[in-house]
Design a protein around this ligand. Structure first.
Ligand SMILES: *Cc1c(COP(=O)(O)O)cnc(C)c1O
Length: 218
């Protein structure tokens, strides 16, 4: 269940430059409505079928920004471009190219973030720094997908100091790419319920919060 008091406590600590994105996977429509009433306009989902039924049910809330944060499958790419303003979980060149092609067909310009893996983590996808530097020239050519930032998920078990350090490295990487390519990576999607304070301290512009706002997903 959505907790308005936790939400207001969190937003009073956030600089105005940070957008709180509420992660509502597995949560009910009523939870999303409660969060909307509290003022949240950015919602994230990770499974396309579940997301589509929620987006349809909430169709009258026309000022919601939907964010896709799940694993992107090529056969679901069209649905994602059709329904989401932000795509945080772009993790390889073929899917980026496909999203771009579909965006062109549909005349849409979704905001895309490149998922980067700064530390080894076999459970997570994403470009390593080296892989990203190889693919950047091709990513720079995509005109319909608006690549606007980087996203990361940290491995479990880091100390707060190491978390902040690693989030800082994502910020530095975005700055470096922005200086040396035609991409302007101003968005940093980093920080979840367990590590958002360190992400905010390191310069996050979007934090993705589920559990802390809505309780355990069970
Ligand atoms: C589920 C999920 C979140 C939210 O995680 P919490 O720990 O519940 O805040 C954030 N980002 C991604 C990519 C997720 O899949």
């Amino acid at each position: 269940m959505f907790s308005p008091s936790v939400y207001s406590e969190i937003i009073t600590t956030l600089p105005p430059s940070v957008r709180l994105v509420a992660v509502t996977k597995t949560k009910a429509i009523a939870d999303i409505e409660a969060a909307y009433r509290a003022g949240i306009r950015d919602f994230a989902e990770s499974r396309i079928q579940e997301a589509l039924s929620k987006i349809e049910a909430l169709g009258s809330y026309t000022d919601i920004n939907w964010h896709f944060i799940g694993r992107l499958q090529s056969n679901k790419a069209r649905r994602v471009v059709e329904n989401f303003a932000y795509i945080h979980s772009i993790d390889n060149l073929p899917i980026a190219a496909r999203l771009n092609r579909i965006a062109e067909e549909l005349g849409k310009h979704p905001q895309g973030l490149l998922q980067v893996k700064l530390l080894p983590d076999e459970n997570k996808s994403g470009w390593t720094r080296e892989e990203l530097s190889i693919d950047l020239p091709q990513l720079e050519l995509l005109e319909n997908l608006k690549i606007c930032g980087l996203m990361t998920i940290l491995p479990l078990g880091l100390s707060p100091g190491d978390r902040q350090q690693t989030f800082g490295e994502l910020k530095d990487l975005a700055a470096e790419i922005s200086q040396t390519s035609n991409l302007s990576l101003t968005e940093l999607s980093m920080g979840m319920s367990g590590d958002y304070p360190e992400a905010v301290a390191a310069g996050a512009t979007m934090i993705r919060l589920g559990t802390i706002l809505f309780g355990d997903r069970g």
